[in-house]
Design a binder for this molecule. Structure first.
Ligand code: FES
Ligand code: FES
Length: 232
């Protein structure tokens, strides 16, 4: 008669003849439980440890008077040297037409003109622009009329929520000036020569730094084309 126990037979208590596979399995389960307990210990310690101290906020730098020429008017702003041009415009000069989207140079909502060139005002410090001519969306129109680019945006319905529009308007204004000055773009077939015409591909490339979450791109391109045709 064989000593082998059928696999499905109940084991007798105190059975000294356990199969080697059962012993291995039990040892494995015991060591796994021990490892889990050890792994949990540091976590328990971490839970009981006092919270880490918050890093200290940098102490404010003394404010200084910064003179900015914005839309043809002089502003004397008392600001820290590390205030961005965007924050200086919105929070100190009260010119909230310029919008803060990403605050890290990715969306173009904060585009303004400095000496006629477009820049992302979130990426530059206000103190760096003393003595320079700054134009925001509030300064594009004359006292009596909207600018050609503004009129074209309205005629073409080139916005929906309007959040990106101030940046688009400033960017389009500079885009047309750059093209008129003969600047090439990544869409220009031969960058050694002046681009022959402001094609839609040129407009899309030159305006590619200004994002529109509403997706009004088709109408924005049409508006820039119209403003260009009108001689803006
Ligand atoms: S807010 Fe300046 S690029 Fe987005
Ligand atoms: S019109 Fe809404 S983000 Fe451009």
């Amino acid at each position: 008669m064989s000593n082998e126990r059928p696999l499905d037979a109940p084991r007798e208590s105190g059975d000294a003849s356990q199969a080697p596979a059962d012993v291995k399995r039990r040892r494995f389960l015991q060591s796994a439980a021990a490892a889990a307990a050890l792994g949990a210990t540091p976590h328990l310690h971490a839970q009981n440890a006092p919270p880490a101290a918050e890093p200290e906020a940098p102490s404010p730098a003394p404010a200084q008077a910064v003179r900015l020429d914005i839309n043809g008017r002089e502003y004397v702003l008392h600001i820290e040297p590390r205030v961005t041009l965007l924050d200086a415009l919105r929070d100190y000069a009260g010119l909230t037409g310029t919008k803060k989207g990403c605050d890290r140079g990715q969306c173009g909502a904060c585009t303004v003109l400095v000496e006629g060139r477009r820049i992302n005002s979130c990426l530059t410090l206000a103190v760096m622009h003393e003595g320079q001519r700054i134009t925001t969306v509030e300064g594009l129109a004359s006292p009596s009329a909207l600018s050609p680019v503004q009129r074209a945006f309205i005629a073409r319905d080139a916005f929906q929520c309007g959040f990106c529009t101030p940046g688009q308007l400033c960017s389009a204004t500079a885009c047309l000036s750059e093209f008129a000055a003969g600047a090439a773009s990544a869409a220009t077939p031969d960058v050694r020569t002046r681009p022959a015409q402001l094609s839609d591909a040129e407009i899309r490339e030159r305006m590619s730094g200004n994002l529109c979450r509403c997706g009004a791109y088709v109408n924005i391109v049409a508006a820039v084309r119209d403003a260009h045709t009108a001689g803006a």
